[in-house]
Design a protein. Sequence first.
Length: 296
Amino acid sequence: MQYIRDLYIAKRAINRPGISFEFFSPKTPEGERAFLEKTVPELALLKPDYCSVTYGAGGSTREKTLMLVDRIQRDQGLTAMAHLTCVGHTEDELERILEDAKALGILNILALRGDPPGGAGDFQKTDGGFEYSYQLVEFIRRIGGFCIGTAGFPEGHIACAEGKEVDWQRLKAKIDCGADFVITQLFFDNKDFFVFREHLTKKLGISVPIIPGILPILSASQIKRFTAMCGARIPEAFLGKLDALGENDQAVKEFGIEHATEQCAELLREGVPGLHFYTLNKAYSTTQIVKNLKLA
């Protein structure tokens, strides 16, 4: 297994983008079995550089996240990253989680503030824990032994009332505290990403890899729900196409593949160091996009 920061350095040396996939923890034993026996092996055929596994709202999948990362690394020989959030944990508990991760050979952590239990409502700091993700980044760096990723928001974090440039300044603080790379929230207009990247690199002097997060659309209702929750914008023309396709999920899925392929092709032309796909634990769309880009 490798540190993800080293993967990006190696990819840059051969002028190739890093490709990574994000998964969530299945909720049922049947779903978990299908995920490990079908979805992950199918996507592993694309030879991604690494995968990541989410933590669940309120830290609800703590043990399962580490277990799945461990299984992906052992079963597929793929570097995998565990998400970790501040929600519901004291410093002592977070230290134990990190020690458990070390014992399993997990080298990479995506440090996040996280969503409250149930995924709704305001964030509440746990007594003896952290309120902000920069504190978690700083803590993991102090523990040592991990490569640390963090989240960036091209359109600004939905909870940042002061505006996106203030949010981007806070991202710089996370990097200054020890984050090695940034993975962005989903977005559908590349202009948002380019403005974000230019501000970070030219105005704030950030030099770590900034990786765009790509979400292949599976259904119109699903993407409208996701964007409402996270504050991402659906461009007007894009929304019009979704509305025209209505509840024809197969047509929406194919449109999603087409749009994401074009989106990724432009991002690659503009020199992004990698692409991070939010797979939603589905193999078909991500596979088609990666193949369309001739990155398999």
